[in-house]
Design a binder for this molecule. Structure first.
Ligand code: AMP
Length: 285
């Protein structure tokens, strides 16, 4: 399939205006590059539902609370482009920081994300979701998609972006795709390439621990199960930021389960200096 690579915002804007006039349905897949099958799944889903799929690659500086993580974020640009040429993407948007933030990143707007900006990822990565909203609001304004494709892998981010769409009153449908995993259960992630061999061997324990939680789930206090699972990860070499079982709809932690509320387990843990996140819906039909 023919794909156009666009770097300048003004050129993207011209193309989108033209496509909108033609009545084309636009699907958007925002990424930070170092593409893997999880990203390509989102592009495939968009390609199946939309006439034009726009993929962006932009490593957004404002969503990194850890400078080291930003500087070490993997960059595989040539390989990304090769993969995209084989995909359903019609446009690859590759903006620079100045294209996205023409007046700099010094005094950016903030978004009222409520509870979502206080718990789990937000608690451990202060400012992260404000950064996500800052970049997403700009990209959505530029791409003007009908549908936005994101991965369940970043569960809280999906909830934040759903809220952002509401705050901005944008008529965009959020399409959440399941987490793609390696054969041993490790969730695919650009950051996995930073794991050393021994860390890579340990990494699937997150998945196995979530499965253990799923099989051990029963009504009543969830505390012993959470404690046991956290210890399991720590014994397996992880430094755990959080392991939480929460209401899948609100992300409120559930200490005492009534046996009915739909639950999600969410984990963030370090192997060395690489931080991995994952989640699993526990009892959602
Ligand atoms: P990133 O490049 O990490 O910002 O991710 C771009 C998009 O791909 C986000 O919507 C992610 O949730 C999604 N994504 C990342 N990893 C996976 C995966 N293993 N399975 C499905 N979607 C993913």
């Amino acid at each position: 399939m023919k794909m156009t690579i666009i770097q300048r915002t003004s050129l993207l804007s011209d193309l989108i205006t033209e496509k909108r006039k033609e009545g084309v349905t636009i699907g958007f897949v925002p990424t930070m590059g170092a593409l893997h099958a999880g990203h390509l799944q989102l592009i495939g889903a968009s390609g199946a539902q939309c006439n034009l799929t726009v993929c962006s690659i932009f490593v957004n500086p404002t969503q990194f609370n850890d400078q080291n993580d930003f500087l070490k974020y993997p960059n595989t640009r040539e390989k990304d482009i090769r993969q995209l040429y084989q995909s359903a993407a019609g446009v690859l948007f590759l903006p620079s920081v100045a294209d996205i933030y023409p007046v700099g990143t010094g005094a950016l707007e903030t978004y009222d994300l409520g509870y979502l900006d206080r718990v789990l990822e937000a608690a451990f990565r202060p400012g992260h979701f404000q950064g996500v909203c800052q970049v997403m609001s700009r990209l959505l304004g530029m791409v003007q998609p009908d549908r936005l494709y994101m991965g369940q892998k970043d569960y809280q981010q999906c909830m934040v972006v759903r809220r952002l769409l509401g705050l901005l009153q944008l008529p965009v449908t959020l399409e959440i795709q399941p987490t793609l995993r390696e054969p041993d259960g490790l969730a695919m992630s650009s950051r996995n390439t930073r794991l050393q061999k021994d860390q890579r061997d340990k990494a699937p324990l997150i998945y196995r621990t979530m499965l253990y939680i799923q099989s051990g789930l029963s009504a009543g206090s969830l505390r012993p199960l959470k404690k046991e699972a956290t210890l399991e990860l720590e014994n397996g070499g992880f430094r755990v930021d959080y392991l939480e079982i929460a209401d899948a709809a609100t992300l409120e932690p559930v200490e005492h389960w009534n046996g009915k509320t739909e639950l999600v387990v969410l984990v963030a843990a370090f192997l060395g200096e690489v931080r991995l996140i994952d989640n699993m819906l526990l009892n959602v039909s």
